[in-house]
Design a binder for this molecule. Structure first.
Ligand code: AVI
Length: 322
């Protein structure tokens, strides 16, 4: 694995813990409390996210998978042979397997993720499924502007793969930064295959982020459990509830944790006061009109080449070229 040795990995983990503390203290002290969604994904959070993807209300995962299944041959043809594929963030691996199976002679696969263990497991699974395919995992935070190793692997073209509508979890300026970084990684003539969730009726969107079984609520509340465990917090989970809200003006679903009473919570010894009904904003999921997103992608150097959607036009898989 292209990544860190044991000592460096210990240092990296401590730096990550410091950043978590710093961001939580800053986010809870802000006039409108907010914590970045990236902290939702500890081991339990990642497992809960996989479960969310199986809930009937959470349409994005299965809709994207169906588009990839249905159009795999055309997608493979549009990308072309001998492609070196980068994937930013590892998921359950089903989409990756579909893509790699659709490609003619993929040159290599380079998954990029901050979670080293999940990355190594995903790499082993792919090596078993595609014998002979070079798989070179890179432990890195893809939201940071760091150049990737693995760019020197021989190939006819490079493809950045960014499924799941994860781009929707970033505010537009951050999204441009990430798309620019991918454009740099892909190089001239490179491609970007991206999953994009589209705006739709408010109820459908709010239910997708607040399923009846309470899996999304558990995923959101797990952030407080993580703060208690890792940052010496004293959040009482029973005193907060999960909420999902569609903001039509900003075209985004927001996840919030709402305080059920006036209370004081401590993190690493620092007190934070909550009013009854006050919330911590924990995630935004932007739902982009395709044309508006293409304009954003163009700012980062990407031109739309092809797009595929489901019959209801709820989700789009888009191929861009540099
Ligand atoms: C990872 N990301 C694309 C998911 C989304 O739909 O925004 C995260 C998620 N949050 C709640 N449900 C799913």
């Amino acid at each position: 694995m292209i990544g860190l040795g044991e000592a460096e990995s210990g240092i990296a983990q401590r730096a990550e813990a410091d950043r978590f503390l710093e961001e939580v203290l800053k986010g809870l002290a802000a006039p409108r409390k907010a914590i970045s969604p990236k902290w939702l994904y500890d081991a339990r959070g990642s497992a809960l996210y996989e479960l969310i993807c199986e809930q009937p209300e959470y349409y994005p995962a299965r809709t994207e998978l169906r588009i990839l299944e249905r159009h795999a041959p055309e997608i493979g043809e549009a990308i072309g042979p001998d492609a070196l594929v980068f994937e930013y963030g590892v998921g359950s691996g089903r989409k990756t397997q579909l893509l790699l199976a659709a490609l003619e002679r993929p040159a290599a696969f380079v998954p990029v993720d901050i979670a080293g263990e999940a990355l190594a497991a995903a790499a082993r699974q792919l090596e078993a499924r595609f014998p002979g395919l070079p798989v070179r995992p890179v432990v890195a935070d893809f939201t940071e502007p760091v150049a990737l190793p693995g760019l020197d692997l021989p190939c006819a073209r490079r493809l950045a793969f960014f499924p799941g509508s994860t781009i929707g979890n970033f505010d537009p300026p951050e999204a441009v930064g990430i798309l620019r970084r991918m454009a740099r990684d892909a190089g001239p003539g490179g491609g970007l295959l991206l999953g994009l969730d589209l705006p739709k009726e408010a109820g459908t969107l709010e239910r997708a982020y607040d399923d009846a079984r309470g899996i999304t609520a558990a995923f959101d509340l797990n952030l407080l459990a993580r703060i208690d465990r890792e940052l010496d917090g004293d959040f009482r989970l029973s005193q907060f509830r999960h909420r999902s809200l569609w903001d039509a003006r900003l075209s985004r679903v927001e996840m919030h944790l709402e305080s059920l009473q006036a209370q004081v919570v401590h993190v690493a010894g620092a007190p934070f006061t909550f009013r009854e009904g006050e919330t911590i904003h924990t995630e935004s999921a932007y739902k982009w009109e395709p044309r508006a997103f293409d304009t954003l992608a163009a700012i980062a150097g990407w031109q739309l080449e092809r797009a595929w959607a489901d019959d209801r036009a709820w989700f789009s898989v888009r191929l861009y070229r540099r």
